[in-house]
Design a protein around this ligand. Structure first.
Ligand SMILES: C[S@@+](CC[C@H](N)C(=O)[O-])C[C@H]1O[C@@H](n2cnc3c(N)ncnc32)[C@H](O)[C@@H]1O
Length: 284
């Protein structure tokens, strides 16, 4: 297992994932009842954009750093950009980037509960450091796929589950579909969010078909393409975009994304054929 998110922090994939995560958490927090947040693949919580890993790839340059240079940002990005800006308060530029656990930590209330699973020792050490002293948070060195079975449904009966695997293994799309199915069986009313990369359409279409075949209902798909995806048989296919499957999208999420995704797609384009998709995968 070699994946280290520090190389990719703040890239366009993080932008879509974290913007949607922040919007969904804001909706959950709008009601007083406490909720549960499960991050199956949590990562390090905070990333140094001036560090050697981030500088080596420069991916944040074509992600969060493009957005922060804009003035006309749509309201749908406010919760996300608010967390990024607060983390960089006092800095002349954006040098720190929040991972999903940090965004969740900042957007939850004193009576909410967070479970963060991470396998990699280095990421785990940073995660523990970033969340130390916060009694609402359990950091667990564990296989996040297992938590979808062992920790759902939560006693709170309200919550958001983020499934954000590294996509290093070939079968990760199938695993994501299986993981969402397990989570849905146990916690059919939860907000379940799964992230996936798009190089070619084939595996993505298969993922969507598997979600529908699993009987999962109320599924929103949000995708961002920075260039056209390659043909399925192209051995040199590179990352063209990313997407999210959102089960039980909170009220107004689709509406906010409809107003946000065109703007994001225009700002984050890297080549011809980019764009976005916002669709309902399976109805009521
Ligand atoms: C894409 S990164 C997570 C990024 C993070 N969710 C965010 O948005 O900031 C995937 C993480 O999963 C960890 N990981 C890989 N396999 C895992 C597993 N089976 N269970 C838990 N964590 C795992 C990796 O070490 C890596 O930190």
């Amino acid at each position: 297992m070699n994946y280290r998110h520090a190389f990719h922090a703040g890239n366009f994939g993080d932008v879509l994932k974290h913007a949607v995560l922040a919007l969904a958490l804001a909706r959950l927090a709008a009601k007083p009842a406490p909720f549960f947040y499960l991050d199956t693949h949590a990562g390090a919580a905070r990333y140094d954009l001036a560090g050697s890993e981030a500088l080596r790839t420069g991916e944040a340059q074509d992600g969060i750093l493009r957005l922060l240079a804009e003035r006309d940002t749509p309201p749908g990005l406010r919760p996300y950009l608010g967390v990024v800006r607060t983390l960089n308060a006092g800095e002349a530029q954006c040098v720190r980037y929040p991972g999903s656990p940090w965004i969740a930590r900042k957007m939850t209330r004193p009576n909410d509960r967070l479970l963060l699973c991470e396998m990699h020792s280095e990421a785990l050490r940073d995660l523990r450091r970033a969340t130390a002293g916060d009694r609402r948070i359990e950091v667990r060195q564990a296989d996040g796929w297992g938590a979808l079975k062992s920790d759902l449904p939560p006693p709170e009966r309200r919550g958001l589950v983020l499934v954000d695997p590294p996509f290093e293994a070939k079968d990760e799309y199938e695993r994501l579909a299986r993981g969402l199915r397990h989570a849905y069986r146990r916690f059919a009313t939860g907000v379940l969010v799964g992230w996936y990369p798009i190089k070619t359409r084939g595996p993505v279409d298969a993922l969507h078909a598997a979600v529908v075949a699993a009987g999962i209902r109320r599924v929103l798909v949000a995708e961002l393409l920075v260039r056209a995806p390659a043909a399925d048989d192209d051995p040199a296919a590179r990352l063209a975009g990313c997407g999210l499957v959102v089960v039980n999208p909170p009220w107004t999420l689709a509406e906010s994304l409809a107003a946000t995704l065109p703007w994001l797609a225009a700002r984050l384009a890297q080549g011809p054929g980019g764009g976005y998709r916002l669709d309902s995968l399976a109805g009521e």
